[in-house]
Write a protein that binds this ligand. Structure first.
Ligand code: DX5
Ligand code: ZN
Length: 221
């Protein structure tokens, strides 16, 4: 089943709670996640938000917190993110010295593990970890900002990962993040992704209508 992970980076933070409640209220929901982009200003040029925001919204939603850590040395913070309600933590291979140890510690804490690389890093570097994680994230923009254009070469990267997973009988989720809209999501799904991150395409305009439109596309797959 294809699922949507709305990225709150594109939300209106002055009414973040209300916007999340709009997602909560949807019955047909194929959007069980909230994608939470944490940026440290070092691994990526921008700074976003962190634990206090997560703790606040944890009180108003049961959505699966899909936390995308764009920070150096993510291992330092996993207990703090666990306390703030993280369910899945995706980290960047480039930012981490001991990926298998980190994955092991996430699992010990009861957190699902996701792994990713920046668009210019070969996806083959992820292969050794794909039997250890629950999710692999293909970045389809350079991490750091919402509202960027989808990098078309990402489709080939998704296909490579799909092929590797199928050949190795792995059921790891393939998430894709950045520049995805109703108009191009079918390409991402056809390439083999099953968890779709969308920020601008969900929070730009009518949130429920936008999610409903994604659900309709997913239902036809
Ligand atoms: C970029 C973030 C994305 C971003 C996607 O660094 O990882 O999650 O919010 O936003 P859109 O869907 O607007 O490209
Ligand atoms: Zn993200």
């Amino acid at each position: 089943m294809i699922k949507l992970s709305p990225s709150i980076l594109a939300a209106d933070f002055s009414i973040l709670g209300e916007q999340i409640k709009e997602l909560n209220a949807m019955k047909e929901n194929n959007a069980p996640y909230l994608h939470i982009d944490v940026m440290d200003g070092i691994f990526v040029p921008s700074i976003s938000f962190g634990m206090p925001i997560m703790e606040s919204i944890r009180k108003i939603t049961d959505k699966i917190f899909d936390v995308h850590l764009m920070i150096m040395d993510p291992h330092r913070y996993i207990s703090a993110f666990k306390k703030s309600g993280a369910d899945i933590i995706t980290f960047h291979l480039e930012a981490c010295d001991a990926p298998s140890e980190l994955i092991g510690d996430l699992h010990t804490m009861g957190i699902k593990a996701g792994i990713t690389v920046k668009p210019e890093t070969p996806v083959e570097l992820l292969y050794p970890y794909l039997n250890q994680v629950e999710m692999v994230l293909i970045m389809s923009v350079n991490p750091g900002f919402g509202g960027q254009e989808f990098i078309s070469g990402s489709l080939e990267r998704i296909r490579k990962i799909r092929k590797y997973l199928d050949e190795n009988n792995l059921r790891t989720d393939i998430q894709v993040d950045g520049g995805i809209y109703h108009e191009n999501v079918h390409e991402v799904i056809e390439a083999g992704a099953n968890v779709i991150v969308a920020g601008s395409a969900v929070f730009g305009g009518n949130i429920q209508e936008n999610v409903h439109k994604f659900n309709k596309i997913f239902a036809n797959r």
